[in-house]
Design a protein around this ligand. Structure first.
Ligand SMILES: Cc1cc2nc3c(=O)[nH]c(=O)nc-3n(C[C@H](O)[C@H](O)[C@H](O)COP(=O)(O)O)c2cc1C
Length: 221
């Protein structure tokens, strides 16, 4: 598969066949992903391959709670967890109704579950002093995650990136022994896809690209 095809056809996979992902394959995927870029080439990522069923179940319990909250908030017309979403006590509060998530419910059967952490001390966060939530730090870890997904796809695997666990970072940090100064960036679920979606819905270039200024004319060749 060439790079262009991989970029255009790598959709999220949340259902996996029973085929296991052996450690060699997983190692090869990470061995490709490690070539991802990071600010100052600091490579601050850390990966935990979660094999223990009890640990997976505990992670799933945290994910399920966050998923319930996410769905409930979105159902009110808000964008759950956006920086502009203020916590209004008159809005729905926990406990939220249980919303089934097949991925989370079947976490023990997912062939590979990787929790990606990042050493915050290795991140050059150029926007850290701005009066808004920082975004730049993520740029030193999410390319690694995406490269892992592309590397998986190039080997016939599929997967999905989730960020559920960041919302439960303190208990998850304890559960997984996250070192000080580290953050939970993502969880990757990987396996052989029941179905690999390849027809992805994405907006066209001219809807998000302009000339000279962000309020400039749409960029069209
Ligand atoms: C930062 C981030 C967080 C995501 N979180 C979740 C998630 O919690 N659960 C999930 O099923 N998919 C998650 N996804 C996958 C997106 O839902 C998916 O990329 C998007 O809907 C496009 O769908 P497609 O990949 O099938 O084309 C996440 C993706 C990103 C980049």
């Amino acid at each position: 598969m060439d790079a262009q095809e991989a970029l255009r056809t790598t959709g999220s996979v949340r259902r996996f066949t029973d085929q296991q992902v052996d450690d060699g394959t997983l190692h090869d995927i990470l061995d490709d992903a490690r070539f991802a870029p990071s600010g100052g080439n600091r490579q601050g990522w850390r990966v935990v391959v979660v094999k223990d069923p009890a640990t997976r179940r505990e992670l799933a319990a945290h994910m399920q709670a966050v998923w319930n909250e996410y769905v409930a908030i979105n159902a009110t017309g808000r964008t759950a967890f956006s920086v502009t979403d203020v916590n209004d006590p008159t809005r729905p509060q926990p406990p939220y109704a249980d919303v089934p998530s097949e991925l989370v419910a079947n976490i023990e059967q997912v062939p590979a579950v990787l929790v990606i952490g990042v050493d915050m001390r290795q991140l050059a966060m150029m926007d850290k002093d701005l009066p808004r939530t920082g975004i730049v730090g993520g740029a030193s870890v999410y390319p690694f995650c995406w490269s892992a997904l592309l590397a998986a796809r190039s080997r016939g695997l599929g997967g999905v990136l989730t960020t559920f666990l960041a919302r439960r970072e303190p208990p998850v940090a304890k559960l997984l022994g996250l070192p000080d100064h580290h953050a939970i960036a993502a969880t990757l679920f990987l396996g052989y896809p029941v179905h690999q979606p390849t027809r992805l819905k994405r907006r066209n270039v001219d809807t998000f690209t302009t000339i000279d200024r962000f309020d400039g004319r749409a960029f069209q060749p």
